[in-house]
Ligand binder design. Structure first.
Ligand SMILES: Nc1ncnc2c1ncn2[C@@H]1O[C@H](COP(=O)(O)OP(=O)(O)OP(=O)(O)O)[C@@H](O)[C@H]1O
Ligand SMILES: [Mg+2]
Length: 461
């Protein structure tokens, strides 16, 4: 561009991308505090925007001709499922995850599979050197055909993509790209936004399915402006803590598929291995253990058995703790309140801890009953009856509501050898495990706990 860029100082919100002329403590766009950061932006973008365009002929949707573009299989079934059946050609996907969770590993094996299937797969690495990627490729195996480019300059990356037109391209990571036209540092809001915007144009225009790797902030959302998430077609989150071998991949946004799908992986020396049957792994409890219950939760189209553990311990705190790992804290507080009010399990003087096995996060209300059962088991010192699972939503009145897709959940229970399920009144079942129906939470707890046993005293637990 011939214009000498005149530097303008702007303050841009790192959450929503709103820009203001001066610094403000609170973003006028999204009302978040302390999110405005200084950005130096060249005048070039403004001038480009001002230029007049040429009117284009319009089309009616009925006249639009589509060739049903076949999805590109990544050769990683768990990844394909979360994407909604494979990568859509010319789409832009953002993959976020904590440092070291395995983003590069997952995407390198996907690229390897794509390349071996006869498509062109390109890895643009800005974080690691070519030699480092080579080492990883040697460890994973099967990625020999992947092409690689070590480049961080946005213009060069875009030009290469336009010229080479690979079928799939992975950018590791979007935070390392920078455009010399903008004055700010790589990873800043303006740079990330510009990079994503330009890559989006290249992806759509030249038919390159592009996967951006994004860093995450402390609270787990993708770093950089929220705008990034709006821009891309699909946002995948790779979760699971570094100290556990299991990783969970889920879609936070997907323009071409469900966002409820879940992929489970295990990190091994030779890369990430898909876990096709996570229920087997996460849904086992030890017989007679106090404070553990099994839920059959639904993640997208996939029912999954999960062990929920709870610990109830006496406390002197004026505000007892309710700590949930993998469950929504508001939901947990509600369940504890309903237990106290409607099921005779007072927890006002006790800390309550709840944990979902395997680092899985449950977002659906169908897990309420099993969470309540685990807490009740811990509070009473009675184990949940042997071979029993539970699902159902708890209402504020203590009445249970049927959970969605009960049939599928029961099927999964039957598959894993669960003999009996405690579920709300109105749950329909054809075959499968024995279903004990309960109208209220109190009844469900009476049915779910192994009351024939002698309760453990609180001190013994
Ligand atoms: N030889 C090995 N054996 C087993 N696991 C390994 C081995 N080498 C690396 N790993 C695993 O791979 C993980 C790193 O994966 P990867 O580099 O793909 O993560 P990443 O998400 O790309 O991280 P970053 O954000 O830092 O780029 C490590 O945390 C480790 O668990
Ligand atoms: Mg990486």
């Amino acid at each position: 561009m011939s214009v000498m860029a005149k530097v303008i100082v702007q303050h841009v919100c790192s959450e929503c991308g709103t820009s203001t002329g001066r610094w403000l403590g609170r973003c006028p766009g999204c009302s978040a505090f302390g999110t405005l950061v200084e950005e130096l932006s060249g005048q070039a973008t403004q001038e480009r925007r001002g230029a007049g365009g040429i009117a284009r002929p319009l089309q009616r949707l009925a006249d639009v001709r589509v060739e049903e573009a076949a999805r590109i299989g990544t050769g990683v079934p768990e990844l394909d499922r979360v994407l909604g059946g494979g990568l859509v050609p010319a789409s832009l996907v953002l993959v976020g995850g904590e440092p070291g969770v395995g983003k590069s590993t997952l995407l390198l094996s996907a690229l390897g599979n794509i390349a071996r299937a006869g498509r062109r797969a390109l890895l643009v690495t800005g974080e690691e050197s070519v030699a480092q990627v080579k080492l990883r490729a040697a460890r994973l195996g099967g990625a020999e055909e992947v092409e690689i480019l070590a480049e961080t300059e946005l213009e060069a990356v875009c030009a290469t993509l336009e010229q080479e037109r690979p079928d799939v391209c992975v950018i590791d990571s979007v935070q390392t790209l920078f455009s010399a036209e903008l004055g700010s540092a790589p990873g800043s809001v303006a740079q990330v936004r510009e990079s994503a915007g330009r890559l989006l144009r290249v992806a759509k225009e030249f038919g390159v399915a592009t996967i951006l790797v994004g860093h995450v902030t402390k609270d787990g959302s993708v770093a950089g402006p929220r705008v990034l998430e709006h821009l891309v077609d699909c946002v995948l989150q790779f979760e699971g803590d570094r100290y556990h071998a299991h990783r969970i991949l889920r879609a936070a946004k997907n323009r071409f598929g469900s966002t409820n799908e879940l992929g489970v992986f295990e990190m091994t020396g030779s890369g990430l291995v898909g876990v096709p049957d996570p229920s087997e792994l996460f849904g086992r409890t030890h017989v007679g253990e106090v404070g553990a219950a099994v839920v059959c939760a639904l993640e997208g189209s996939r029912p999954i058995l999960l062990e929920i553990q709870s610990l109830v311990s006496k406390t002197d705190l004026a505000m007892p703790r309710r700590v949930g790992t993998g469950v929504d804290p508001k939901r947990l507080a509600m369940i504890v309140a309903v237990l106290g009010r409607h099921a005779g399990i007072a927890l006002g003087a006790a800390d309550v801890f709840v944990n979902v096995a395997g680092g899985v996060r449950i977002d659906e209300p169908g897990a309420d009953l099993a969470i309540a059962l685990a807490i009740a088991s811990a509070a009473r010192g009675l184990p949940v009856a042997e071979g029993t699972a539970a699902f159902g939503e708890i209402g504020l009145t203590g009445r249970l509501r049927p959970a969605a897709q009960a049939e599928r959940r029961l099927e999964e229970c039957a598959k894993l050898g669960i003999g009996r399920v405690v579920a709300p009144e109105g749950t329909t079942a054809r075959g499968g495990p024995l279903v004990t129906r309960a109208e209220t939470l109190r009844q469900a707890i009476a049915a779910g706990l192994d009351t024939a046993r002698k309760p453990l005293a609180a001190e013994e637990e």
